[in-house]
Design a protein around this ligand. Structure first.
Ligand code: ATR
Length: 276
């Protein structure tokens, strides 16, 4: 006798490049969960209708990726605290007849930085480059680790100042333009801009990167290579791309849906092998 699988998926536009179906299929196998996980390419104008249809039809959970994360936060009946802080949602779960919106991006970054890479954030100075949705998604979990200060630097300084003010209740934050960054090394530098997509490197002073600095690009693959290569050339302690964050945020979503947190090392190794 066959029973229908519990249904999950990822909704984005475009979505064909998404690694999430591969990641969640591996998680499901590893934890013995009977579930399916499919990509759904949905245009912004169809987002609300398609998501409501998916859940009305018995779907249990969706990951949400660009460009729908803010729309997902508006659609959810209830937000977790971290999703409310981020004002964006990357995970929707149907629970007790209500649509819960969560954001696991920041937790995924923290897991990768602290657990996988052994980076210390507490009492360290951080620089986050960029002040868009990606930065908003990671600030609360990072500030929860109590860094000495987080400087948010952005091409448009007003956006950085606004984000610094919005998160000032959670820790020491400071907004800046690129030219305002003091020319002294930060302990941890996170690139959260979309500049790498076009091969650009944000013009932060080279002195911000020292021999003990850890540099991390939230993007992965080709999109992260310009920043990672630049930071490596400047002699940082290490420069990493965000593939580990991708796997860790997925594991957090999986845990929310299934109540079990999958191990991530094997999945990360498999993705690294695929990437060659
Ligand atoms: P996301 O959700 O990926 O953060 P976003 O909200 O559009 O997307 O934000 C993109 C970020 O990348 C912004 O901080 C943007 O700077 P501005 O606020 O000045 O637009 C930054 N960014 C994009 N292209 C850039 C470039 N070529 N150089 C520097 N920063 C760039």
């Amino acid at each position: 006798m066959s029973s229908a699988l519990d249904r999950y998926g990822v909704v984005g536009h475009p979505v064909s490049h998404s690694l999430s179906p591969f990641i969640h299929a591996m998680f499901a196998r590893e934890t013995g969960q009977a579930m399916s996980y499919r990509p759904f390419d949905v245009r912004p104008e169809d987002f609300e209708t398609r998501v409501r249809e998916f859940f009305a039809d018995g779907g249990l959970g969706l990951n949400v990726t660009l460009p729908h994360k803010v729309a997902a936060a508006e659609l959810a009946d209830e937000l977790t605290e971290r999703a409310a802080h981020a004002a964006s949602v990357n995970t929707l779960a149907f629970e007790d007849g209500r649509l819960l919106g969560d954001n696991t991006d920041g937790a995924g970054l923290v897991r990768d930085l602290c657990d996988n890479l052994g980076v210390v954030i507490t009492n360290r100075r951080m620089l986050i480059i960029g002040a868009g949705g990606a930065t908003r998604g990671i600030l609360a979990p990072l500030l929860g680790l109590e860094p000495t200060a987080v400087v948010i630097a952005n091409r448009t300084p007003e956006r950085a100042a606004a984000l610094a003010a919005a998160f000032a209740d959670l820790g020491v934050t400071q907004g800046a333009g690129f030219e305002d960054i003091a020319p002294e090394p930060f302990d941890v530098i996170v690139n959260a801009t979309s500049a790498s997509l076009s091969g650009d490197i944000p013009p932060i002073p080279a002195e911000a990167i020292g021999p003990d600095s850890v540099c991390y690009d939230l993007a992965y693959g080709r999109a992260a290579s310009a920043f990672v290569q630049w930071a490596t050339r400047l002699g940082c302690a290490r420069a990493e791309q965000g593939l580990g964050m991708l796997v860790e945020q997925a594991a957090e979503s999986f845990r929310l849906w299934r109540g079990v947190r999958p191990a991530t090392a094997q999945v990360l190794a498999a993705l690294r092998e695929r990437a060659g």
